[in-house]
Write a protein that binds this ligand. Structure first.
Ligand SMILES: [Zn+2]
Length: 451
C-alpha cells in the first residue's frame, strides 16, 4: 500500500520542508531523535520493518509500473561477484524524454549492513513519485527542472548477507581508484569490484550535479577530500555550503566536514566522483543521538522527515543553474549528441610488484549522450563544467593543496543514430555558464542523402 491517506498533513510537512531548506542552522527542526517512544510519523511506503532484497525489487518495479511517465528503470551494467543484479530508477517529469536536465544521483548501501541507508533512499524515491503524481507543486517544479537517479542498494551481495563488504570481502568504499591504497579491505586493485565499476559507470555517464551516498551510523555530512595531505577541494565553499545546509536539516548534532577531518581513508566514492566530474559529492551518515537504541523506529521512521528535506535540498541544488554548465544549440532532429573526455587519474603511491613505490594509473572516461528530440532541433543540455579540479594524487606522488583546474574541453560530436560522426566541436564551459555550439555542419550533412 502506498500513501493512501493524510494528504493534508503531507502538504503541511512539505511547507515546513521548504522553510527548513531556506533556514539558517539555528532554525533546524528539533527532531525527536532523543525519544525512543513510537512516533506518529509514517513512511511514504507505510512500511514498519526493513525490506528484503525482494521487497526492494518489488517496490522499484511497482514505481515504474504505476508511474511510467515519472519513473523508468535502470539496470547497472555489471552483475555483482555472486551474480546479482543492481537496480535503480530514474525519476523526472516526462522521464523517458531526452531533455538534458541536470541530475541528482542518490545511492544507498555501499555498506551492506547499513540497512537504514537503503531504506531512507528507497523511501525518498517513493515519496518523490507519490507527491509528484498527486500534483504537489513543490515537488513537480523540481522534477520539471531536474532528474533524480536512485539506486537504494549498490552492494547487493553485502546486503543479502548483512555484511559491510562485498562477496570478495572488499569494502566498496575503499575500492574507488583515486588515491587508492592496497589496505586489507581495499580490494585486489583499484576498481577491482563489479559493484564499484557500476558506480563508475553511473557517475561517468550521468553528468551528476549532486551525488549523495547514504550511510550509517554517525551524525555527519562529509565532502572531499579524504586525506589531510590533499588539502581543501577547489570547490570547498560550494561543498561546505551544501553539506552544512544538509547537516542543519538533520539536526543540531550533525556536522558538515571534509571527510579527512572525520577520519582519513582511501579510495572512497566521493573523492573520485568530485575530482573526476566536479559534481558536488557528499557522504551523508545518519545515526540516532548517543544513548538512543538503534532500532528501525529510531534509524528510519524518526529520521525520515528530516531525510526527505535534506534530499529535497540536494535536488534543489542540482536544479540550480549556478551549480552546472549548459551546452545549447540547434541541431538536426534525430541526431545524437555526445560529450566525452578521457583522462588518467592516480592512486596513492604504494609498493608495486617490482619493488618500487609509486602510484598506479587508471583512465576515467566521461561520456553522455542526448538525442535531439524537439522539432526545431533546439536543445539545452546541463553538463558538468569542462574545467576539472586538479587532484592531489599525481603520476609522481601526492601533491596536496592544489588550487587549479585542468582546461580540458568536452569533445562534442553530432552523430547520425548509427554512430556516424558528422561534426566534432570542442566545448569549454564553466560553472554557471552557458555556451552555444554552432551545429550548421551537422545539420547540413544530416539531411544530405547518403551515397
Ligand atoms: Zn558506511
Amino acid at each position: 500500500m502506498r500513501l493512501t491517506g493524510h494528504p493534508r498533513s503531507r502538504r503541511r510537512t512539505l511547507t515546513l520542508a521548504a522553510a527548513a531548506v531556506l533556514a539558517v542552522p539555528a532554525v533546524a527542526v528539533p527532531a525527536a531523535v532523543g525519544s525512543a517512544e513510537p512516533s506518529a510519523a509514517e513512511l511514504p511506503s507505510g512500511n514498519t520493518a526493513y525490506r528484503t532484497l525482494a521487497d526492494y525489487e518489488a517496490d522499484l518495479a511497482e514505481l515504474v509500473a504505476d508511474h511510467p511517465d515519472l519513473v523508468k528503470p535502470i539496470t547497472l551494467p555489471y552483475p555483482t561477484t555472486s551474480g546479482r543484479t543492481v537496480r535503480g530508477v530514474e525519476i523526472s517529469t516526462n522521464v523517458t524524454a531526452d531533455d538534458g536536465k541536470p541530475v541528482f544521483v542518490d545511492v544507498g548501501m555501499h555498506h551492506g549492513n547499513e540497512f537504514p541507508s537503503g531504506e531512507l533512499t528507497m523511501e525518498f524515491a517513493i515519496d518523490l513519485v507519490e507527491r509528484a503524481a498527486a500534483g504537489d507543486r513543490s515537488v513537480t517544479r523540481l522534477l520539471d527542472r531536474a532528474r533524480v537517479v536512485v539506486v537504494p542498494v549498490v552492494n547487493v551481495d553485502g546486503f543479502v548477507r548483512g555484511r559491510r563488504q562485498t562477496d570478495t570481502n572488499t569494502d566498496m568504499n575503499r575500492n574507488y581508484g583515486l588515491g587508492w591504497l592496497p589496505i586489507s579491505t581495499g580490494g585486489a586493485a583499484p576498481w577491482s569490484e563489479p559493484e564499484t565499476r557500476n558506480m563508475e559507470w553511473l557517475l561517468s555517464t550521468r553528468q551528476a550535479v549532486v551525488f549523495n551516498t547514504q550511510h550509517t551510523c554517525i551524525q555527519v555530512v562529509l565532502y572531499p577530500p579524504l586525506q589531510l595531505e590533499a588539502g581543501p577541494a577547489q570547490d570547498v565553499d560550494r561543498l561546505h555550503a551544501l553539506a552544512s545546509e544538509v547537516a542543519s536539516i538533520y539536526g543540531p548534532g550533525y556536522k558538515a566536514l571534509p571527510s579527512a577531518e572525520d577520519y582519513e581513508t582511501t579510495g572512497e566514492a566521493i573523492d573520485w566522483a568530485y575530482y573526476a566530474t566536479r559534481g558536488l559529492a557528499l557522504t551523508t551518515e545518519t545515526c540516532p543521538d548517543a544513548g538512543v537504541p538503534r532500532t528501525y523506529q529510531t534509524q528510519v521512521l524518526d529520521v525520515y522527515d528530516e531525510h526527505r528535506d535534506a534530499m529535497l535540498t540536494m535536488l534543489e541544488t542540482a536544479a540550480d543553474p549556478d551549480q552546472y554548465a549548459v551546452i545549447e544549440g540547434q541541431g538536426p532532429k534525430g541526431a545524437v549528441l555526445r560529450v566525452t573526455k578521457a583522462f588518467d587519474m592516480y592512486t596513492s603511491p604504494y609498493l608495486q610488484p617490482d619493488g618500487a613505490t609509486r602510484p598506479s594509473s587508471f583512465t576515467t572516461t566521461l561520456g553522455s549522450d542526448l538525442t535531439i528530440e524537439s522539432r526545431n532541433g533546439k536543445f539545452e543540455w546541463a553538463v558538468n563544467p569542462s574545467y576539472r579540479p586538479i587532484p592531489a594524487y599525481q603520476e609522481d606522488g601526492v601533491h596536496g593543496f592544489q588550487t587549479g583546474f585542468y582546461e580540458e574541453p568536452w569533445i562534442l560530436t553530432c552523430e547520425r543514430p548509427d554512430g556516424t560522426v558528422l561534426q566534432t566541436v570542442e566545448v569549454n564551459v564553466d560553472l554557471g555558464e552557458s555556451v552555444t555550439v554552432d551545429l550548421k555542419e551537422c545539420r547540413r550533412k544530416f539531411h544530405r542523402t547518403r551515397p
